[in-house]
Design a protein around this ligand. Structure first.
Ligand SMILES: Cc1cc2nc3c(=O)[nH]c(=O)nc-3n(C[C@H](O)[C@H](O)[C@H](O)COP(=O)(O)OP(=O)(O)OC[C@H]3O[C@@H](n4cnc5c(N)ncnc54)[C@H](O)[C@@H]3O)c2cc1C
Length: 465
C-alpha cells in the first residue's frame, strides 16, 4: 500500500517533525530496528517532535484505516515497532526530561533510551530501575514491566511509574494515574503498547551512586553447574541492594578479560551493589568465592558507566532470536539443559542471560499491576545472534527452541517483554488470569485493535485487522 502525496501534504502543515516516505532521504535508516532480522517497509514514517505530532499521526492513520506501529527504542525482538505498508509512528526524536530533585521524580518523553534517561537523572544523583543495555527504549520496556539492576531494591520499572501521558486510539490525550483512571493505569503497567501511545512517563527516582560497586565475575563453562547451584541457594536471600544477572556466553574481548579467554565460553554473574560500599564487600563475597573465577572485574564505577557496560553484547543490526522462561529455581535438570545447549552452540553469538528476581519486586502484590507473577526465582532468556551474511538462521533458531522446550517443564510463565513468537500462548503464559481484565480494558480503549503491532491483547470482538 502507498499513502498518496496528497494525503501526506495535508498532514505536513500540522506536523512539526519529519514525514519520511519510501525513496526519501533517511527512510532506510528510520525504518531499521535493533533486530537486523526485521526488514519491513512502512508507507510513511512519522517522526514525531512532540505529543501534538503523535495526536496528528494517530488521527491521520485512524481516518484512513491505516495499520500503525509505534517505535520507542526499536528493541522488540519480534520487530513490533515497524510495520509493512502502514504508518510507523516514531517517537525517537522525543527526548525531553524534567527532573524534580525535591520530589525525586522525572517526567521523561516516550522516545528516550535508558542511557539517556540515566544520564539526565544521575546529574542529580538519582535513578529509577531501568534496562541494563543503554540503547533500549524506556517506552516498550516500561509498558511491559521493566527488569533492571536496581529492581531488588526499588522494584520493577512499573513499580516506579507515577503517571503516563497517553494518546489513545481515538486521538485523545489523557493523563493517566492511579486516581484519574486506576483501571487503565493498572493495565498500562505491564500490558504493553495495547492501550495507546505513551508520550511521557513520570517516574519515582531514588538516590543511587553516582558511584556503585559492580562488575562481572566469569568462570570457565565447566564450572557453570557449581556457579548456578550456588546462585540457586544464595540469591533468594540476597540483600535488596544486590542486583544479580547471569550471562553464559563466549567471553568478550574486553580489557579486563585475559586474551587467552577471548571467545571461550564462560559462565558469568554481573553483581551490582548500590548500598554502602563496605557492606557490599561482605554481601558479594559468597558469590566471588565460588570455584575459581578467571575474571573478577567487580570494582567501583559510575552508575552511568555500569549502565552502558554490557552494550557490546547486543549491537544493532545483528540478526537475533530469543525465547524465555520464568523459573522458580535453577533445578539440576535446568542446569543440565543449559550445559547441554551451551556445549553445542550454533553461533559465536549464542548466549543465555538471566535475572535473579526477588527483593522489592516480590513484595509488590501481584494484583497491583498487570505485569504478572512476582515470585522469587529466575528469568532465563536463551538468545542467539548471527551476522547478516550467515544464511543459517533456521539452524540458530532451532538451537534456541530446543533449549526452550527442554526448560518448559520447569517454567512458571514468561515475562511479557520477552515474548517472541509464541502468539496467544505467550500472552496466556505472561498474564494468566489477568488476561481477562486486560481484554476488558482493550474493549474499552481500543475496541477496533488500532494498536495491534505489539504482544497483542485482542479485543473480545476479535478485531485483528
Ligand atoms: C538488547 C536488549 C536489552 C534488553 N534489556 C532489557 C532489560 O534490561 N530489562 C527488561 O525488562 N527488558 C529488556 N529487554 C526487553 C525490552 O524490554 C523489550 O524488547 C522492549 O519492548 C523494548 O522497548 P523499546 O521501546 O526499545 O522497543 P520498541 O520495539 O520500540 O517497542 C516495543 C513495543 O512497545 C511498544 N512501544 C514502545 N514505546 C511505546 C510507547 N511510548 N507507547 C506505546 N507503545 C510503545 C511498541 O509499539 C512495541 O509494540 C531488552 C531487549 C533488548 C533487545
Amino acid at each position: 500500500m502507498t499513502i498518496g502525496a496528497k494525503d501526506v501534504a495535508a498532514l505536513r502543515p500540522r506536523f512539526r517533525g519529519a514525514l519520511v516516505q519510501p525513496g526519501e532521504e533517511g527512510y532506510d535508516q528510520a525504518r531499521r530496528v535493533w533486530n537486523g532480522e526485521i526488514d519491513r517497509h512502512p508507507a510513511l514514517v512519522a517522526r514525531c517532535a512532540g505529543t501534538d505530532d503523535v495526536v496528528e499521526a494517530v488521527r491521520f492513520a485512524r481516518e484512513r484505516g491505516l495499520l500503525v506501529s509505534v517505535r520507542g527504542g526499536g528493541h522488540s525482538i519480534a520487530g513490533h515497532s515497524v510495520c509493512d505498508d502502514g504508518v510507523m509512528i516514531d517517537l525517537s526524536l522525543m527526548k525531553a526530561t524534567a527532573v524534580d530533585p525535591e520530589a525525586r521524580t522525572v517526567k521523561a518523553a516516550g522516545g528516550l533510551l535508558w542511557g539517556e534517561l540515566d544520564r539526565a537523572t544521575q546529574a542529580f544523583g538519582l535513578a529509577t530501575t531501568g534496562g541494563i543495555i543503554s540503547h533500549t527504549g524506556i517506552g516498550g520496556l516500561t509498558l511491559g514491566g521493566g527488569l533492571g539492576h536496581l529492581m531488588r531494591k526499588h522494584g520493577l520499572t512499573v513499580d516506579n511509574v507515577r503517571a503516563i501521558d497517553l494518546v489513545t486510539a481515538d486521538g485523545e490525550l489523557r493523563h493517566v494515574d492511579g486516581e484519574s483512571d486506576p483501571d487503565l493505569f493498572w493495565g498500562l503497567r505491564g500490558g504493553g503498547g495495547n492501550f495507546g501511545i505513551a508520550t511521557a512517563f513520570e517516574y519515582q527516582l531514588h538516590p543511587v551512586g553516582p558511584m556503585v560497586v559492580a562488575g562481572p565475575v566469569f568462570w570457565p563453562l565447566e564450572e557453570a553447574p557449581s556457579v548456578l547451584s550456588a546462585l540457586r541457594d544464595l540469591a533468594p536471600d540476597a540483600p535488596d541492594e544486590l542486583g544479580i544477572t547471569i550471562g553464559i556466553a563466549p567471553a568478550p574481548p574486553a580489557p579486563f578479560v585475559p586474551p587467552s579467554w577471548f571467545g571461550r565460553p564462560v559462565a558469568g554473574l554481573v553483581l551490582v551493589w548500590t548500598g554502602d560500599p563496605e557492606a557490599g564487600e561482605a554481601a558479594m563475597a559468597p558469590y566471588r568465592r565460588i570455584g575459581s573465577p578467571v575474571v573478577d572485574a567487580v570494582q567501583p564505577l559510575p552508575y552511568v558507566a555500569l549502565q552502558g557496560s554490557l552494550d557490546g553484547g547486543a549491537p544493532h543490526g545483528r540478526h537475533y532470536y530469543w525465547k524465555a522462561h520464568r523459573l522458580p529455581t535453577l533445578d539440576d535438570a535446568v542446569i543440565d539443559v543449559l550445559m547441554e545447549r551451551m556445549g553445542a552452540p550454533t553461533s559465536p553469538f549464542a548466549q543465555i542471560t538471566g535475572w535473579a528476581i526477588g527483593g522489592a519486586v516480590s513484595r509488590v502484590d501481584p494484583e497491583a499491576t498487570a505485569v504478572g507473577d512476582r515470585e522469587v526465582g529466575f528469568e532465563l532468556n536463551v538468545t542467539v545472534g548471527w551476522l547478516p551474511s550467515d544464511r543459517e538462521g533456521d539452524k540458530h533458531k532451532a538451537w534456541v527452541r530446543d533449549a526452550w522446550d527442554g526448560l518448559a517443564a520447569h517454567s512458571h510463565g514468561v515475562y511479557a517483554n520477552f515474548i517472541s513468537d509464541e502468539g496467544q500462548a505467550g500472552l496466556a503464559s505472561a498474564y494468566g488470569d489477568r488476561l481477562t481484565r486486560l481484554v476488558a480494558l482493550k474493549d474499552r480503549y481500543d475496541p477496533d485493535n488500532f494498536f495491534r503491532m505489539n504482544a497483542n491483547i485482542a479485543p473480545s470482538s476479535g478485531a485483528s485487522s
